[in-house]
Design a binder for this molecule. Structure first.
Ligand SMILES: Cc1cc2nc3c(=O)[nH]c(=O)nc-3n(C[C@H](O)[C@H](O)[C@H](O)COP(=O)(O)OP(=O)(O)OC[C@H]3O[C@@H](n4cnc5c(N)ncnc54)[C@H](O)[C@@H]3O)c2cc1C
Length: 464
């Protein structure tokens, strides 16, 4: 990093580079040197009784699960809905959504070690005082908390992070629900909000559009659709009906420490949802591993002409996936409205209505709209970008802004842009770190003033 600063060379760090749907490992600006941190893959600490692990950026979901299993740990291994080969640190820094019951991973991390673009190394929270005993246990430490500066930003390279993990509950049930029309979707969202706010439901409840479940079951039925896209509505209804897929389906888990608690929680869930949904099923949950979640990647191959391989890799296989992920108030009519915007916009642009609605917080829901296509088709990337931008504009006009952004996406205007530009200039005077990443133009050009001087020096040297 010090050399890059001196020479004015822009850097772009990735932990495992599986940021699929949001730009993968591609830097937002040209000419960056990629820093691949995947070989920094040690689990540095694991405390079973206090429930934390400290990891380097290369540690994957799969590797941590194996680490915990080898030690017969009771801690729940984090999972993500994409690939178990993703990075715990990369996922947390993007403020990604977990699939293991912890919806917002970023809220469960502390004690970062960060290499600043100046080459300085800092630690956050109590770790800044070298207080190793309490640093992994307390988020803030004393004084201003700097952690927030390093998520969804280009202010530093995170080289260590502590993650808090929960203990596996004694009893876990699965809850499945089916919804047939928008009134049921709205009613279910409002009922789930009440259950969450009453502390009955804790785990995220993910609602999938029927088309998303179809895309997990089969690939695009090109011959039945006679080559047309998006999937004709009648054919979609026929295929979903044949597979027993509702218009929307939701799933979550319900944890309890004893049989009595389980009975009481089940009764509360039934009382809240029974009249609101088309179908409701509660059953003891089967254990899901980090690798099981890889099944979700099938959706990335929906429009692909090649069969889905055993080890899916959308980048390698030319699967186009672009996400638009708006945050919506946890209110039934807002969720229905946002889902309507997503469905209409995707289909108008020739894409299918593949999306999920993640109810993982007491106050907001997050919709994830999947723009899925075959990158081999001429003009497909550009068409996906047009659809994404139109969707972003329509959602923003309705007040729904994305929680995270694809590398190629625009950011909405922000009234703190000038302040962030000053922070960026202070931490990265040469403007070398990930220019264009989440900075809506607030970075100085790659290399900045120091970079320009370094470039001039290099030119003089090479002339000599
Ligand atoms: C079908 C499908 C389902 C998905 N489901 C989910 C889901 O459920 N939840 C979810 O959150 N995502 C999901 N994703 C998106 C993505 O695949 C995951 O978020 C994945 O974990 C991110 O890749 P990674 O962990 O390898 O991070 P990386 O690609 O390594 O990092 C992400 C970005 O963070 C920055 N970064 C990474 N490491 C560092 C560092 N050490 N210091 C500074 N900056 C850094 C980089 O700019 C990088 O581009 C899904 C994708 C697909 C295709």
């Amino acid at each position: 990093v010090r050399i890059a600063r001196r020479e004015g060379i822009p850097l772009y760090p990735v932990s495992r580079g599986r940021n699929w749907g949001y730009g993968s490992a591609v830097p937002p600006a040209d000419g960056c040197v990629a820093i691949d941190l995947s070989r920094m893959a040690r689990v540095l600490a694991h405390d079973e009784s206090l429930g934390y692990v400290t990891v380097e950026p290369g540690v994957t979901f799969r590797a941590l699960e194996a680490h915990l299993a080898a030690r017969r740990s009771r801690l729940v291994a984090p999972r993500v809905g994409s690939t178990s080969d993703g990075s715990l640190v990369g996922h947390a820094l993007e403020r990604g959504l977990g699939a293991d019951g912890v919806a917002d991973r970023w809220q469960r991390v502390c004690a970062l070690e960060v290499v600043l673009p100046t080459g300085e190394r800092i630690e956050t929270g109590f770790a800044r005082h070298g207080a190793g005993l309490v640093a992994p246990l307390h988020r803030w430490g004393i004084g201003p908390s700097l952690d927030g500066l390093f998520s969804q930003s280009n202010y530093g390279i995170v080289t260590r992070m502590t993650l808090w993990l929960d203990e596996r509950p004694a009893l876990v049930d699965s809850i499945w629900l089916g919804l047939d029309d928008p009134a049921q979707l709205a009613g279910a969202v409002d009922a789930i909000r009440r259950l969450r706010r009453a502390q009955v439901l804790h785990a995220p409840l993910v609602i999938s559009s029927g088309t998303r479940l179809l895309a997990l079951a089969i690939q695009y039925p090109w011959s039945l659709a006679a080559g047309r896209t998006p999937l004709p509505r009648a054919l979609e209804r026929e295929l979903c009906g044949g597979a027993g897929i509702a218009r929307w389906s939701g799933g979550t888990t319900l944890a309890a420490a004893s049989r009595d608690e389980r009975r009481a929680r089940r009764a509360l869930v039934r009382a809240a949802l029974d009249g609101e949904v088309a179908s409701l099923r509660l059953a003891p949950a089967v254990t899901v591993t980090a690798t099981d979640a890889n099944v979700n990647l099938r959706a990335a191959y929906w429009r692909s002409l090649r069969p889905i391989p055993d080890e899916p890799d959308p980048d390698r296989d030319g699967c186009g996936v672009l996400f638009c992920a708006p945050v919506v108030p946890l209110v039934g009519r807002h969720v229905v409205r946002a889902a309507g915007i997503v469905e209409r916009t995707l289909r108008r642009h020739g894409f299918d209505a593949i999306y999920t609605i993640s109810l993982h917080d007491d106050r907001h829901a997050t919709l994830i709209a999947f723009i899925v296509y075959d990158r081999a088709l001429a003009g497909a990337d550009a068409a996906a970008r047009r659809c994404h931008d139109a969707l972003l504009d329509r959602l923003a006009a309705a007040g729904y802004l994305p929680y995270r952004k694809a590398t190629c996406a625009r950011l909405p205007e922000a009234n703190d842009a000038a302040v962030r530009a000053r922070i960026k200039a202070a931490l990265d005077p040469a403007g070398i770190l990930a220019p264009g990443r989440y900075d809506d133009g607030t970075s100085r050009p790659a290399g900045g003033a120091a970079g320009a001087a370094a470039r001039a020096r290099r030119t003089r040297r090479s002339r000599r």
